[in-house]
Write a protein that binds this ligand. Structure first.
Ligand code: GLA
Length: 385
């Protein structure tokens, strides 16, 4: 993202004035999908692509916002009940309101923002936007008193309360806490996390964007979460326990409530339980530099996401098959699913062959090129100037 570009647009729309510039990244996730809202583990890292916003307080109660990418302008009051209609502005409004809830004396501001995280690719452009504004509002109005964890939760609450996606914490966590060159293993139950330097000798990570728009709003994403909650409720009832999420449940317990819930819910829970184990297996393998095991687990995740969690689509399964046929070490759907990217762990000497083959085969079958996105692990939310 080019800072001068953002600055020039801000100046153009706001009478040549100058504000402060903030950035926050999108993310990848090595493994641990749909585990965050189930109290499990995730393994994300921030990417270099992200959202950038120039912001200047305007001494009113009004946010005046310009989306550079969408060439769309709106203004809305912080005292508005409903807030703006367009989702790209609702993120800003939601973040501002959630920051107010934490006691930050938010005031109106002028802003122009843009991003280079491809929209709908499953790389969390929305978390990047939320985290960018949460970080900025904390800096501009909150004396930086709000913790990084709370900033991540502000983004998540915005999704829940203003957008309607009952997401977990992974995306906002990754955007706020990201560190160049490091993946992070987060335990979503306890909130504990570790940085894992990511320097796989002889391998590269690359995303292949199917360009099938992944859209979580009003999508079966919330249904997946509900299925998992149904299984937990059935277990609590049967065993008189107080499990909060599938993290607190065992395979045996799931087996024993098979007759009490919809078989579809059981399929969903089966995936989540397996995924919980896979993240731990991957952490262990990474410590030993055993990338073959990492890759094998990624393929297993893809199968689970496709067959049991049913968040894949034809194009993503095709990309996964091509990767396998090329001898790619690991490949799977990344993020919420229903479109977007696969993430691929590829031996360096196979990289060019894979990239060329996947583009060619996808184009031959679907009449359009998938987009190749090499992964570079970048930094989390920050102020640039
Ligand atoms: C989306 C959500 C995350 C997470 C992933 C799936 O990106 O925002 O919270 O659930 O899907 O792992």
């Amino acid at each position: 993202m080019d800072i001068e570009f953002v600055r020039s647009r801000f100046a153009k729309h706001f009478n040549g004035s100058k504000g402060f510039v903030y950035a926050s990244p999108g993310r990848i996730n090595l493994i641990g999908e749909h585990t965050d809202y189930n109290g499990g583990f995730v393994f994300p890292g921030a990417v270099q692509q992200g959202m950038m916003a120039e912001i200047k307080p305007n001494n009113t109660r009004t946010i005046r916002a310009y989306s550079i990418d969408l060439k769309d302008y709106d203004e809305f009051s912080l005292d508005d009940e409903k807030g703006p209609h367009a989702s790209h502005f609702r993120y800003l409004f939601g973040v501002a309101k959630e920051m107010e809830k934490l006691g930050v004396p938010v005031q109106g501001f002028d802003t122009a923002f843009a991003g280079d995280v491809p929209l709908g690719a499953g790389m969390s452009s929305s978390a990047a936007l939320e985290s960018c504004f949460a970080f900025a509002i904390n800096d501009l109005f909150g004396g930086n008193k709000i913790s990084k964890w709370d900033l991540a939760k502000v983004g998540q609450a915005t999704e829940h309360n203003y957008i309607g996606v009952n997401c977990g914490i992974m995306d906002q966590f990754a955007s706020v806490f990201g560190k160049a060159g490091n993946l992070m293993r987060l335990d979503c139950q306890s909130g504990e996390f570790e940085y894992f330097p990511w320097n796989p000798k002889g391998y590269r990570l690359v995303l292949v964007n199917s360009c099938v728009k992944h859209e979580l709003v009003g999508s079966p994403y919330n249904d997946r979460r509900k299925s998992c909650e149904n299984v937990v409720a059935a277990i609590n009832k049967k065993f008189g326990v107080k499990a909060e999420t599938l993290r607190d449940c065992t395979w045996e317990q799931i087996e024993s409530v098979k007759g009490d819930v919809d078989p579809v819910d059981i399929k969903r829970a089966t995936f989540v339980m397996g995924e919980k184990d896979r993240v731990l297996a991957v952490s262990e393998a990474l410590q030993k530099g055993d990338y073959e095991t990492v890759g094998q687990k990624m393929y297993e995740t893809h199968q689970g996401l496709s067959k049991d969690y049913e968040v894949s689509c034809e194009e993503l399964d095709f990309l996964n098959d091509v990767a396998f046929d090329c001898g790619v070490t690991g490949s799977r759907i990344m993020g919420g699913g229903f479109g977007g990217c696969t993430i691929n762990l590829v031996k360096k000497d196979l990289y060019d062959l894979f990239v060329n083959t996947v583009v060619e085969k996808f184009q031959a079958k679907y009449g359009k090129k998938p987009v190749i996105i090499p992964v570079v692990i970048g930094d989390g939310s920050r102020r640039l100037v």
